[in-house]
Design a protein around this ligand. Structure first.
Ligand SMILES: C[S@@+](CC[C@H](N)C(=O)[O-])C[C@H]1O[C@@H](n2cnc3c(N)ncnc32)[C@H](O)[C@@H]1O
Length: 416
């Protein structure tokens, strides 16, 4: 009798969990645990086979669960996350003492939330999310997750981004799709915020929300900087070459590259409120090689004759016709041989990545839809953007980062 799929999956989970366990035991590392003092990332360190084992266990668990629960559960996933939002909104985690307990009554008094609401929120998040537990009836203590929220600001930035910015936009994304518009101000985000502005214009008028958005983004976007530095031949550019970093925010990408490639100069361009004061925060070793310029990329490029125009995670925020406009606004300033370099997501062909990698990519694409009415693109779609913008963008190359890379570095050369 052949082994059934559910047994295959269970065997994979068992075998790969053993790899994880042996990694922890042989390195004297703590076991994963929901306890308050449990590790926040039990398998952070680890050889590629440990990372593979972690990925295999998680993927097999997803499939096994979906098979065993059956298709109705795929149609109706558990979707009431409001108790978790309440934990974030009323800062309940910061009111629970580390290493001790607090009664429902005191937690209610400190948070201003009715006692019976506090009780139901805590008891819901305890079972659904392992956020809080009740070691003694009526008393609340931390788990690893609630303590992480209490102590690590990045956790609350990411929850804020998810609950206050993304979810309301997801809720209205279908209404935006129904309008069939190619405009960035017809998005779930615009509908949810009752505005006719596009998301970046909305942020310009709401600096507190813009700051929180930027803080959450900063926790997610550093990983691929190293890849940008190795997937384009920066070292082959001649001394004093100029790189224009469009939508470069407050310069973190240019600072990283300037520190690695001391022969290059950078102009960081972004919206006025974004670049304001950024020059004052430059590290000493790059001062004099990085300048900031307030520039709207939908107007003609002011820096003439640069060697590279870089757009890192910028164009995925915009619908096609806006991307084409950005590329065309570069043309009057381009010298022959200038490069346009893009680092951005590259959507995979279905089934060519692992399940979780592909889930992440589809999730990112769905977020782009909700927030910006924009999209992630496949390699061919990136090429098509350049071809439509101008046939003189030549020598299109796209290098995926890593074997199953979810992002890539694309470059073209201006060939007038
Ligand atoms: C997703 S962030 C990418 C930031 C940075 N390039 C990175 O890789 O982390 C997109 C950036 O585009 C900027 N942006 C949006 N609209 C712009 C415009 N019209 N002109 C210039 N920059 C703009 C935003 O302010 C933001 O800094």
């Amino acid at each position: 009798m052949s082994t059934s799929r559910i047994i295959q999956l269970a065997q994979k989970i068992s075998a790969q969990a053993a790899v994880l366990d042996s990694h922890l035991q042989s390195n004297g590392l703590p076991q994963p645990s929901f306890n308050e003092d449990g590790p926040t990332e039990a398998f952070k360190e680890g050889t590629p086979d440990v990372q593979q084992a972690k990925s295999d266990v998680l993927e097999a668990m997803i499939e096994l669960r979906q098979l065993i629960e059956g298709p109705m559960n795929n149609l109706l996933p558990p979707n009431n996350l409001s108790p978790l939002v309440a934990v974030y909104r009323f800062k309940l985690a910061s009111l629970v003492p580390v290493g001790s307990t607090i009664s429902f009554r005191d937690l209610a008094e400190k948070s201003g939330v009715r006692e019976h609401d506090v009780k139901r929120i805590v008891r819901y998040t305890a079972v659904y999310h392992r956020v809080f537990h009740e070691p003694k009836k009526g008393f609340v203590a931390h788990t690893a997750a609630s303590k992480l929220l209490a102590e690590n600001p990045a956790a609350s930035h990411l929850m804020g981004l998810t609950f206050d910015e993304c979810w309301p936009a997801h809720n209205r994304a279908v209404d935006a799709i129904a309008q069939g518009s190619e405009e960035p101000n017809v998005s779930g985000y615009a509908l949810a915020n009752n505005t006719s502005l596009n998301t970046f214009q909305f942020f310009s008028e709401n600096p507190t929300r813009a700051e929180r958005f930027a803080a959450a983004m900063a926790t997610t976007s550093t990983a691929s900087l190293e890849a940008l530095s190795t997937h384009f031949a920066w070292s082959e550019l001649s001394p004093n070459s100029t790189v224009v970093d469009l939508g470069g925010s407050r310069g973190h990408v240019s600072i990283y590259l300037a520190q690695k490639f001391a022969h290059l100069r950078f102009v960081v361009q972004d919206l006025p409120e974004v670049v304001k004061g950024a020059a004052d925060t430059l590290p000493e070793d790059v001062q004099g090689r990085i300048e900031f310029s307030a520039h709207d990329m939908f107007t003609n490029q002011p820096t003439q004759g640069a060697d590279v125009y870089l757009l890192r995670y910028v164009l995925h925020d915009w619908p096609d016709k806006y991307c084409i406009d950005v590329l065309r606004k570069l043309i009057p300033s381009l010298k022959a041989g200038a490069k346009v370099v893009i680092q951005d997501h590259l959507l995979p062909e279905p089934g060519t990545m692992t399940l979780r990698q592909e889930m992440n990519m589809r999730n990112m694409d769905a977020i782009m839809l909700s927030l910006f009415n924009s999209r992630e693109r496949e390699v061919e779609e990136w090429e098509e953007l350049f071809n439509t913008a101008d046939s003189r963008f030549g020598g299109f190359t796209a290098n995926r980062i890593g074997e199953h890379g979810s992002s890539g570095v694309i470059s073209v050369e201006w060939t007038p």
